[in-house]
Design a protein around this ligand. Structure first.
Ligand SMILES: [Zn+2]
Length: 240
């Protein structure tokens, strides 16, 4: 009899596998990213299989066999109905879950990514502004993964003033240290700093125009790409 393990997790991704199986990618508080094989899940759709849906918080019992984690039981702990009902909320939630999937490490016993992700989804469910909530979440997720962008002046010399975005150097960079392209507008820099440092509960009071939000989103997505590209294999798990 295989030894059973139990944990809880947020469902980051669901993928059909073989004819009747399903693979669920979970973010857990005690073992990082956990890829679970649910045998026959598509046949069990109406019973336990339905709990294994994107965005749900579930409790699972599983066992390991030949390096695979096989699902034995799943119990639904929490759903986020409002996120599902509002398109913009859902879109931002799904982008956030992709970030979690990219940054979560398999087998890592650090509860912070899980806590941040749960807090982000609970905030969206309560009505936090979706785009700002997602941007603040991504900045915090990068920080706990040890890859937070340097935002206090130039990453190389510390100078304030005119600054450029340099994802491959780790954040803000001044012109003398090699910053290229268009310098960032002051309000973009202020928004990045605010999102990285304000307590999440302050988000609903933050006033940031749509254009600035879109620019910050673009900067962060370039930043994530650069971090993933330069990380050694194995750092961000073996995503399929
Ligand atoms: Zn500099």
């Amino acid at each position: 009899m295989a030894r059973l393990s139990r944990t809880q997790g947020l469902v980051l991704r669901i993928q059909d596998y073989a004819e009747t199986d399903r693979i669920a990618v979970l973010l857990t508080p005690d073992r990082g990213r956990l890829d679970l094989l649910a045998k026959g899940a598509r046949r069990l759709e109406r019973t336990s299989g339905a709990a294994l849906d994107l965005l749900n918080l579930v409790r699972v019992i599983f066992y390991l066999r030949r390096g695979l984690a096989l699902l034995r039981e799943v119990e639904l702990l929490r759903t986020f109905p409002r996120i599902r009902e509002e398109l913009e909320r859902l879109e931002e939630a799904l982008v956030g879950l992709q970030w979690a999937r990219s940054l979560a490490v398999k087998g890592e016993a650090d509860p912070r990514p899980f806590k941040l992700t749960l807090q982000f989804l609970e905030g969206l469910e309560r009505g936090w502004p979706p785009r700002l909530a997602r941007l603040a979440y991504c900045l915090r997720l990068l920080a706990v993964a040890g890859h937070g962008p340097h935002l206090a002046g130039c990453v190389a010399c510390g100078q304030a003033g005119e600054l450029f975005w340099a994802p491959d150097r780790g954040g803000l960079l001044c012109g003398r240290c090699g910053g290229q392209g268009e310098p960032l507008a002051d309000k973009v820099v202020a928004t990045l700093r605010g999102l990285a440092s304000l307590p999440p509960a302050a988000l609903p009071r933050l006033q940031v125009d749509e254009e600035t939000q879109a620019e910050v989103a673009e900067l962060l997505s370039r930043f994530l790409e650069a971090q993933l590209a330069r990380s050694e294999p194995g750092w961000y798990s073996n995503a399929p």
